[in-house]
Design a protein around this ligand. Structure first.
Ligand code: SF4
Length: 762
């Protein structure tokens, strides 16, 4: 079969070849015959970043083909197959708008950007530089994430820049940095089938990362055991060898109890602990703090099941812990991740092919977005803004005096309160939908409405964009090029398939234009994303997340490059920690964690736990997927899951509209009565806006170190809509007593036979 290369996408960056596309020769021939071309790129949605080829005809993206990339091997999930429909969607924002007399009205780019610059200049002169803030995003390319950090520090010279990854990855990032000195999943997905036991903790992996789930199935096919820890019997839990239905917030109690069993059974890798870690004695003491009976009461998981899981996990020759937002969206999120890491270190698994612990990053560029310097206290390459040598290096790359760089600013969750208190007077929100994604969103609404102006850059009219004073339309992912870093740490390349519609512009062009109008244009003289990329490579050189050896060409030639990649000769680093960790002494830190209850627990007025999460057909705040017909028709509105015993007691049936209340307010939605949830727990998917947003009623309590909200646990009640609403919502009172806790979960399945210590090794 001969391949006609003439219809390849001509790129400013490099010429594609047949190998890089992964498409079959037949597909290329068929596309050519139809007058189409195929543009190799990646999905816009989750952190897996599946490879895909977009079909382009007459300048429009008209379809998609899976691309045979190493981590998706030609697979796409339901979101991936319709992602392309965003490009030519009739609801795209086409021109800038300014709010006049209460309504958003069409404006020219000059009018809109001049107004932004005029107001920001006035505000900063009167209230100081930090009165203007940037709320950035992690679905953007590395180039744009890098640019937004620089834009805040150099164009605006404000300390207040943070991003929506604060709501997503900050617990895992905090834990991995502390334990290993480096925050990245330590192994590629292709390693997963090497595991003999996989412990999935707080991840609805089959729905949130369907293509990553396929790697778990491959491990199962080879005989691996699967253990799932989740308050819901998720699709993955349904096919697991063991499901541990943990009570929301009970994770540390459960994971420490598993470690206790591993210690008691002599399954700890003493040699590894001696050779490669510090802190084991304190971790061992913390694991022994609670008896198994106490752990059962705190976690809600029967003791026999904890023992069975510990032996199944602890006796496997190679074992992998995979965790996600279920444990990370917690006021103890960092501790929950550290508890997973302690298990992996105690078993001597970190650095082993197929072994260890790995976080499942949610957003498309959730990994790269947290390395590029748009976090409140961070500079590019995971450098620290409060470290003099880091500041000096980045200042030299940017060509500004070190003293001009501001210090650390407010976290995204803190920024909202500064807006409500009018300390931050204006904010530019980049492709983020705070009105859906932040907790207790009555406060968010007050905060956004207090801004003057609220500037929003987005491509659809989100619930947040609808409140903007100045709305700037931007490109979607396939209308620009650049890189992202997927959940493995693999840097990949997105390619441009079409031009933005109407007057929409690429985000980086908008930021550079504003910088010019602010008189800081000489620091932002980029003509292409490659110009930004080349500067980014220099800025990350020598940092923890070192991208300096990664070129667009190398990404194509190697099907992605794993950072750190400190030179052009380096192939990158797919597996981390094989012989040393990233702390100066090369050893991992084992950090003791202690069980503490969540910030809010059930009581008389609010007898249930409320937890929230994703469904396969929607993505994050739903701004994109709620507009894609096939996806939205499958899950057009939220529902509340209730266990049949709770539903029977309350006289609630499936499909009935019920009211869910928490101390912050109430919402009405359909009931789904299902035995796949704990009887003491309610679940609502979070992808929906306005009166359907679960974040109207979630708790805004945050983890003290990394400021991630406790989305996964608050006190709630559910009732028929005919029930009167109390004049003032009652208050969640005391924690459940250990004695009452088992009664909240009268577990009815047969107990699991615990394998004998040492058995079940592969
Ligand atoms: Fe896109 Fe993630 Fe689905 Fe892959 S698994 S197609 S990256 S949403």
């Amino acid at each position: 079969m001969t391949v006609n290369k003439d219809f390849f996408e001509p790129s400013r960056a490099f010429n594609y070849d047949f190998q890089s596309s992964g498409a079959s020769a037949e597909a290329w021939d068929e596309a050519a015959r139809a007058g189409e071309r195929l543009v190799p790129t990646h999905c816009s949605f989750c952190g897996v970043q599946c490879g895909m080829n977009l079909r382009v005809k007459d300048g429009k993206v008209i379809g998609v083909e899976p691309r045979n990339y190493p981590h998706n091997r030609g697979s796409l999930c339901p979101k991936g197959v319709v992602a392309y429909q965003q490009a030519d969607h009739p609801e795209r924002l086409l021109y800038p708008m300014i709010r006049r007399n209460g309504a958003l009205q069409r404006a020219s780019w000059d009018e809109a950007l001049d107004l932004v610059v005029k107001r920001w200049t006035e505000i900063q002169e009167e209230y100081g530089r930090d009165a203007v803030a940037i709320y950035s995003g992690s679905s953007m390319t590395n180039e744009k994430c890098y640019l937004m950090g620089k834009f805040a520090r150099v164009a605006l010279r404000t300390r207040n820049v943070d991003y929506n990854g604060r709501l997503c990855m900050s617990s895992a990032a905090g834990a991995y940095e502390r334990a290993f000195g480096l925050d990245r999943a330590p192994l590629p997905m292709t390693d997963i089938p090497l595991a003999n036991a996989i412990l999935v903790v707080g991840s609805n992996v089959a729905e949130c990362f369907p293509v990553a789930m396929q790697w778990i199935w491959r491990a199962r096919d080879r005989g691996a055991k699967l253990i799932v820890v989740d308050p819901r019997e998720t699709p993955a839990a349904r096919t697991a060898d063991l499901w541990l239905p943990v009570r929301p917030g009970g994770d540390v109690a459960l994971l420490n109890a598993m470690l206790r069993v591993i210690i008691d059974d002599g399954l700890v890798d003493e040699q590894y602990i001696r050779d490669r870690t510090n802190g084991w004695d304190d971790v061992r003491d913390a694991a022994n703090e609670m008896s198994l009976d106490e752990a059962e009461r705190a976690s809600g998981v029967p003791k026999a099941r904890i023992v069975a899981a510990a032996r199944m996990y602890g006796s496997a020759a190679t074992s992998l812990v995979m965790h996600a937002r279920g444990i990370e969206h917690s006021t103890h999120g960092v501790d929950n991740c550290l508890a997973c890491i302690n298990l992996a270190l105690a078993r001597g698994q970190m650095g082993k092919p197929g072994g260890g612990a790995m976080m499942l990053t949610g957003q498309g560029n959730g990994q790269g977005g947290r390395e590029m310097g748009q976090k409140a206290a961070q500079l590019p390459g995971y450098r620290h803004i409060d470290k003099l040598e880091d500041r000096q290096y980045i200042a030299s790359v940017w060509g500004v005096p070190e003293e001009e760089l501001p210090g650390p600013g407010a976290a995204a969750t803190e920024m909202v309160h500064l807006m409500a208190e009018r300390e931050i007077k204006s904010c530019m929100v980049m492709c983020s939908n705070l009105m859906v994604s932040l907790p207790d969103n009555a406060v968010v609404q007050r905060a956004l409405d207090a801004l003057d102006p609220l500037v929003v850059v987005d491509f659809f009219m989100s619930e947040t964009a609808a409140r903007a004073d100045i709305l700037l339309p931007c490109a979607v992912w396939c209308e620009d090029e650049g890189t992202t870093t997927n959940l493995e740490g693999r840097v990949i390349k997105l390619n441009k398939a079409a031009e933005p519609p109407g007057e929409a512009r690429r985000d980086w062009e908008i930021a550079c234009d504003i910088a010019r109008r602010l008189g800081r244009g000489k620091f932002f003289e980029y003509r292409t994303p490659r110009d930004i990329w080349d500067e980014l490579r220099v800025a990350t050189k020598g940092g923890t997340a070192d991208y300096s050896g990664i070129t667009y060409e190398k990404i194509d030639a190697q099907s992605g490059v794993f950072w750190p990649c400190p030179s052009e000769d380096s192939p990158g680093t797919p597996r981390l920690f094989t012989d040393r960790f990233n702390h100066p002494d090369g050893r991992a830190r084992m950090i003791p964690v202690h069980y503490r209850p969540p910030a809010e627990t059930p009581s008389g007025d609010f007898p249930f736990y409320l937890t929230s999460g994703r469904v396969v057909y929607q993505y994050l705040s739903g701004t994109q997927t709620r507009r894609l017909g096939f996806l939205n028709s499958q899950a057009p509105e939220p529902w509340v899951e209730i266990h049949p015993r709770a539903a029977e007691r309350l006289g609630i049936t499936s499909e009935e509209i019920v009211r869910v209340r928490t101390p912050r307010g109430s919402m009405e939605l359909k009931a789904l009565v299902t035995p796949t949830i704990r009887p003491d727990t309610l679940f609502i998917p979070f992808h929906y806006g306005t009166r359907h947003a679960v974040n109207q009623i979630t708790n805004s309590a945050v983890e003290p170190k990394v400021k991630i909200p406790e989305y996964k646990c608050c006190a709630a009640t559910v009732e028929k809509t005919s029930a009167p609403i109390p004049e003032r919502p009652g208050k969640a009172t005391e924690n459940l007593t250990p004695e009452s806790a088992p009664a909240m979960f009268p577990y009815q399945r047969g107990e699991v036979a615990a394998p004998a210590p040492g058995s079940g090794s592969h």
